[in-house]
Design a protein around this ligand. Structure first.
Ligand SMILES: Cc1ncc(COP(=O)(O)O)c(C=O)c1O
Length: 354
């Protein structure tokens, strides 16, 4: 606390990211990174970029990246907004599109950055409980609101929501912006991008951090109607003209263009998710259906916090959320390689004395 702080700072409860431990030899399954490195073409593009041009500012409009993303998704460049990770894109969305009189709606169990942005930008929020099966019920969002946001698949549950349900919501909710945060969509969940040309109040956000294995590069984007994109550009250009540096643009373009590497590595993650789910079921875990690169699982006999601590003694880190109470029995486990899955299964066998 300091008398020099702006008033808003006193009331902030910042987001706490998953641990990035400095220790070597850890099986790191706690922050949903991709176990396979980025495409070799990305590495080549980054090396080519490490040249004399670094003394020059990057393109403030990231035109090449926007054109590449637009082409991949069959849209126009003016329907694309890019930012320094999808977290920054989301921050601009909250700032530009959710500061209204009516409350913003999002699930009670979801990405925990959403309430943080509400605190930062003074946005009233109303959380909508997931049902008993931890599913989003779209009928509960059909009420007056200043905006709606949820991830699909949801985090940290991993449960996907059917596209027909999203469309049912969009048909009714025409007076505020609906944001579908598709950070994990490429691991087997249907994307709402195909609805962007039909619903002018729909924004879909994506990231290069997960399926394209570039969490360290910090690139994310939003797709939507040019009017929504313009609002984001206004906020961005009132904040930082150059959120995408030269490396980020070169690497992200190369990643987007290497479709076969992307498809191959996503398929591997999905296969390992299936394998791990089957093995955990055999060990007495309930695993929620996942359309993401992580699973949410609970053991019938052990508390989540106890298992998390015991796994750490085996040099394995996963994510455990103490709150809200209804998710505290669960562990969120990132899908790694098959070898990492085997390591985890072995550790559980030893902990559970199977
Ligand atoms: C649901 C969801 N949205 C957005 C993000 C942000 O991703 P990034 O800022 O790395 O693009 C995350 C990160 O874990 C996430 O879980």
């Amino acid at each position: 606390m300091s008398k020099y702080w702006s008033p808003v700072v006193h009331g902030l409860t910042p987001y706490v990211p998953g641990e990035q431990p400095k220790l070597a030899n850890l099986v790191k399954l706690n922050t949903n990174e991709n176990p396979y490195g980025p495409s070799p073409k990305v590495i080549a593009a980054l090396q080519a970029e490490a040249a004399e041009t670094l003394r020059l500012y990057p393109d403030p409009n990231s035109d090449k990246l926007k054109a590449t993303i637009a082409e991949y998704h069959g849209l126009h460049s003016n329907q694309v907004f890019v930012g320094n990770g999808s977290d920054e894109v989301l921050a601009h969305i909250f700032h530009a599109l959710f500061q209204h009189k009516d409350s913003l709606l999002f699930p009670d169990i979801t990405y925990s950055f959403y309430p943080v942005y509400c605190g930062l930008y003074g946005i009233q929020a109303q959380t909508i409980p997931l049902n008993e099966g931890f599913e989003i019920v779209v009928d509960d969002y059909m009420r007056p609101n200043g905006g709606i946001i949820f991830p699909n698949p949801n985090a940290p549950t991993g449960i996907p929501l059917a596209m027909s349900e999203i469309e049912r919501l969009l048909k009714v909710n025409t007076e505020s912006v609906v944001v579908i945060d598709e950070a994990y969509v490429d691991f087997g969940t249907e994307s709402a991008v195909k609805l962007v040309n039909t619903y002018p109040n729909l924004l879909v956000t994506h990231t290069f951090s997960k399926a394209r294995s570039l969490a360290g590069l910090r690139v994310g984007f939003a797709l939507g109607h040019p009017d929504l994109i313009e609002a984001l550009i206004r906020v961005k250009d009132s904040f930082n003209s150059y959120p995408i540096d030269r490396f980020a643009e070169a690497g992200a373009v190369a990643a987007m263009q290497d479709v076969s590497y992307f498809e191959e590595t996503c398929a591997k993650v999905i296969a390992t998710r299936q394998y791990l789910t089957t093995q955990l079921n055999l060990l007495g875990f309930t695993v929620l259906p996942s359309g993401a690169n992580f699973i949410f699982a609970r053991h019938h006999a052990y508390e989540g916090s106890v298992l998390a601590e015991k796994l750490r003694a085996h040099n394995i880190i996963i994510r455990h959320f103490k709150k809200p109470a209804r998710i505290s029995p669960y562990l969120r486990i990132t899908i790694g390689t098959d070898a990492q899955a085997d390591c985890l299964i072995e550790a559980f066998r030893s902990i559970l004395e199977f």
